[in-house]
Design a protein around this ligand. Structure first.
Ligand code: GDP
Length: 605
């Protein structure tokens, strides 16, 4: 018996839902979304959470998720068939509406659901009566392996063995089903991989072989100085999130004064790792196809003396689409990018690989510039001066969920402003999280050491009304002729209605010039979901006919995502709001502006 069946969009809108009990399933479904769907894990479509088994099917065309939940102790043999059948029925019935993106309509699906479920249940009963037969070779897993996948390579031996241990542990009775622990193992393995990746990034300058026992010994004994430096640089880290009013120790590190003067003028663009690297890759792909790993290699097949047609390009464009989706680019944006490349190449004769690759690169850059060009331009320095001429402070409010880097990036933005001769008042309106005010106090002290008297803190401790404190701070800044007010707000989950209502009130009452949403690039498309919901909640709860929603985005921890830049594109694409700042590390200078070239470069890797 099924406990729950739900159809929802990847953006989180429930299209249709059936529940046979009054239990609350949202924690299990949320866990599935967080641990499987958002991480875009492929493979097994079963996920276990507490006593429940959840099985899901994705519809990538319409970005839908079909989920079934049932008690884990039940052995329901028809769930795979049911998911396939119900998916087809739903698509067939509502194809036109789905194409039109109508997710909020009333889907009258109960009769079809009952019919399909009944059919599948009787199918399962009839299957149970058939005596079990041995699997043929064609049915077995071995027949599905390609020859290439069976070749054992030297370096892979070890990892295969460790996988085996996991398998042995998780299948004590030889069954082919995944055990509940399997999920945790995979998550743990993924986390370990991420940690390894980050550590490797920080240590990339170290040339010692990790295999050498001497190197390992040294690593264990030596204090990990690089951690204090925020990545591989020797600058003091800004992580004061656990700071309880104590200045961070920077013994042995260069002083902050090295940072002085580095942030004057407009925010610098994100650096493309090496300007010539894409060209180098084109060369490499051209001269030695085996070495190429980036997107260019996909286009090798298009070199020829015939004019390119839709048909010849189709397989290549499909691969390009998969490549982009692999970088977290949402399906509709990937389609758009592929379409623009197809239009540019259609009918052309591209005799050399160089010409194909350069055309693709130029087209992608052009398309991305279009997507990343926001509805409106945000020029904070100019607007601050304009407000100053009007005799009032320029006010910016920062919002987002907890831990995304609001306070840290607020401090970086503050540093940029004071580097540009503006005075700043930070309003400590996170009156909720213990340590939030102290964290800001530490930042103010350090910033004051760099530009004496340029930064002030307005704080009223904890538990008070944040909207009221912001209002007092703005008044204080106006009276004291301070140029800019930066309002730090408490982190809140996008679905927490009372807290979102409070944020809407803070914004409505204080009318900041700029409301910035802070999201971390690290969580990929989850950040897009947060942004969309913050925007929606601000509109819903503002009780104004012209609500003030999000004006711009601060995308933090960009330094940790490698080349998975898709979420950044989706954020601007969906809301039309600009990514005003990109946080790229933990020092005051790690603040950049997003530019299409850097994004194209990452996408092409
Ligand atoms: P808040 O709860 O949103 O105010 O988050 P915090 O400002 O306390 O930051 C949470 C953590 O993220 C801290 O450890 C910061 O040092 C770290 N952090 C913030 N921005 C960045 C960034 O751009 N890159 C990296 N690598 N870490 C960051």
């Amino acid at each position: 018996m099924l406990d729950l069946f739900s159809i929802f969009s990847k953006g989180g809108i429930v299209l249709w839902c059936f529940q046979s009990t009054s239990d609350i399933f949202s924690p299990s479904v949320n866990a599935l979304i967080r641990n499987v769907i958002l991480q875009e894990r492929s493979g097994n479509n079963t996920f276990n959470h507490n006593a429940l088994s959840l099985q899901y099917k994705l519809d990538n065309e319409f970005e839908l998720v079909f989920v079934v939940a049932y008690q884990r102790i039940l052995q329901l043999s028809y769930v795979d068939k049911f998911l396939n059948d119900i998916h087809l029925e739903f698509r067939d019935k509502y194809k036109n509406e789905l194409q039109g993106g109508k997710h909020n309509m009333d889907f009258d699906f109960k009769t079809t659901f009952d019919k399909v479920l009944k059919q599948c249940e009787s199918w399962a009963k009839s299957q149970a009566k058939i005596p079990k037969q041995m699997r043929t070779f064609e049915d077995s897993q071995k027949s599905k392996k390609t020859v290439a996948s069976m070749i054992e390579r030297k370096g892979e031996e070890k990892s295969k063995k460790s996988v085996k241990i996991v398998e042995n542990k998780s299948i004590p009775n030889g069954k082919e089903e995944e055990s509940p622990d399997g999920e945790d193992d995979v998550i743990a393995a993924n986390r370990a991989k991420l940690a390894q990746k980050l550590a490797a990034k920080s240590k990339k300058d170290t040339k010692k072989s990790p295999k050498s026992p001497k190197a390992t010994q040294e690593r264990v004994k030596k204090p990990r100085v690089w951690e204090l430096g925020g990545g591989s640089r020797d600058l003091p880290s800004l992580d004061f999130s656990s700071d309880k009013d104590s200045a961070p120790s920077n013994v042995g590190l260069p002083t902050d004064t090295q940072l002085l003067g580095q942030m004057t003028g407009a925010i610098r663009d994100l650096e493309v790792e090496s300007d010539s690297s894409s060209d180098e890759e084109i060369e490499q792909t051209h001269s030695s196809p085996k070495k190429s790993t980036g997107m260019f290699s996909i286009f090798k097949g298009l070199v020829g003396s015939k004019a390119l047609s839709e048909e010849t390009m189709r397989p290549v464009l499909d691969k390009m689409r998969d490549h982009l989706i692999g970088k977290n680019v949402a399906a509709d944006i990937a389609n758009k990018l592929c379409d623009s490349v197809a239009t540019k190449l259609d009918g052309k004769v591209l005799g050399t690989f160089d010409s194909v690759a350069r055309t693709v690169k130029a087209t992608l850059t052009e398309a991305l510039v279009q997507i990343l060009s926001p509805k409106r331009r945000v020029d904070i320095l100019r607007d601050c001066l304009h407000a100053k001429q009007q005799g009032r402070p320029y006010v910016m409010a920062f919002c987002g969920v907890n831990g995304v880097g609001k306070s840290t990036n607020l401090a970086k933005i503050c540093f940029w402003l004071i580097e540009n001769n503006l005075s700043v008042l930070i309003a400590a309106c996170d009156t909720f999280r213990a340590g939030a005010v102290e964290q800001l106090r530490t930042h103010v002290r350090r910033l004051d050491a760099l530009h004496a008297g340029a930064v002030h803190l307005y704080e009223k401790g904890y538990g008070k009304d944040a909207a009221g404190i912001a209002m007092e701070a703005i008044k204080y800044a106006a009276d004291s002729k301070i140029d800019v007010v930066l309002i730090d707000t408490a982190g809140r989950m996008q679905d927490n209605e009372p807290l979102m209502r409070a944020l809407a009130k803070l914004i409505k009452v204080n009318e900041p010039d700029l409301v910035l949403f802070v999201g971390e690039a690290l969580v990929g498309n989850e950040a897009v979901d947060q942004l969309v919901k913050f925007n929606q909640a601000l509109a819903d709860h503002s009780s104004s006919s012209n609500p003030h929603v999000i004006d711009g985005i601060v995308l933090t921890k960009f330094d940790t995502i490698d080349d998975k830049v898709g979420a950044a594109i989706s954020m601007t694409y969906i809301t039309g709001q600009p990514i005003v700042f990109v946080g790229t590390g933990q020092t005051y200078t790690d603040l950049k502006a997003l530019n299409a070239n850097a994004v194209v470069h990452a996408l092409m890797k």
